[in-house]
Write a protein that binds this ligand. Structure first.
Ligand code: SF4
Length: 230
């Protein structure tokens, strides 16, 4: 099965039931692309474990790129430095953490060795496509009012390769078959900013985008139409 996996994608591994616990268990057996080989485990989406789990309707699904080193080891999304920054910015934007489901476009950690370190490697368009059935299943299970794409990889995966996050961030978009989408920076990009000044500017822009997301999730603004270029 692994030999044919590149062409196959995740679809044959996704169970029919749209329940996050069942999907999260099934994803561990996914061989839809080659990324499972070097990862510790698949990292599926979740509502923050510290919040009042599943008690209120999820308003926003946040989609990042892929798990990082710490996420891969712990088996949970956004538990590293980027996750801490995300939590702080959500609070600043007035978004309840327990109404946010966090996940990634790709469920296994792609990395390359540098000495003893495992360095993040950007997933390819083919790997993102292969993993898309899991994201679709999460959307069907969670039924968010809004998807927030964190970074260009997730945004281009859902809104097409021509999507330019630098020009379109913070604006509501609509893609066929999905809830409204708003794209913004990935918190990791803010952490990697070359200077304190850049970091503060990017953080302020990120929080502003999250405030726009909150306005929509509260029903105060409407998306505009956008045709996805696959
Ligand atoms: S990255 Fe996605 S498609 Fe590839 S093996 Fe992991 S879960 Fe399956």
């Amino acid at each position: 099965m692994a030999g044919r996996s590149d062409e196959m994608g995740a679809a044959p591994f996704v169970p029919e039931e749209r329940s996050i616990p069942i999907l999260g268990e099934a994803v561990q057996k996914c061989r839809g692309c080659e990324l499972y080989r070097d990862a510790t485990q698949a990292v599926f989406g979740e509502i923050d474990a510290g919040a009042s789990k599943q008690t209120s309707r999820v308003a926003i699904m946040m989609v990042g790129e892929q798990p990082g080193d710490q996420e891969d080891r712990q088996g949970r999304p956004f538990v590293g430095p980027a996750g801490k920054l995300l939590d702080a910015c959500l609070e600043e934007a007035g978004i309840d953490r327990d109404r946010v489901y966090v996940t990634n476009a790709v469920k296994h950690f792609k990395w390359e060795p540098r000495g003893k370190l495992r360095i993040h490697k950007k997933p390819s368009a083919r790997e993102i496509r292969a993993c898309r059935p899991w994201l679709n299943a999460e959307v069907e299970a969670v039924k968010p009012r809004l998807i927030v794409c964190l970074g260009a990889t997730a945004a281009q995966g859902l809104l097409g390769s021509g999507f330019k996050i630098t020009q379109e961030h913070g604006k509501l978009q609509q893609a066929t078959g999905l809830p409204p989408i708003l794209a913004t920076l990935h918190p990791s990009a803010i952490l990697r900013a070359p200077s304190d000044e850049d970091r503060q500017r990017q953080r302020a822009s990120f929080v502003q985008d999250l405030r726009e997301a909150a306005r929509f999730a509260d029903g105060a603004s409407k998306p505009r139409r956008r045709t996805v270029q696959e």
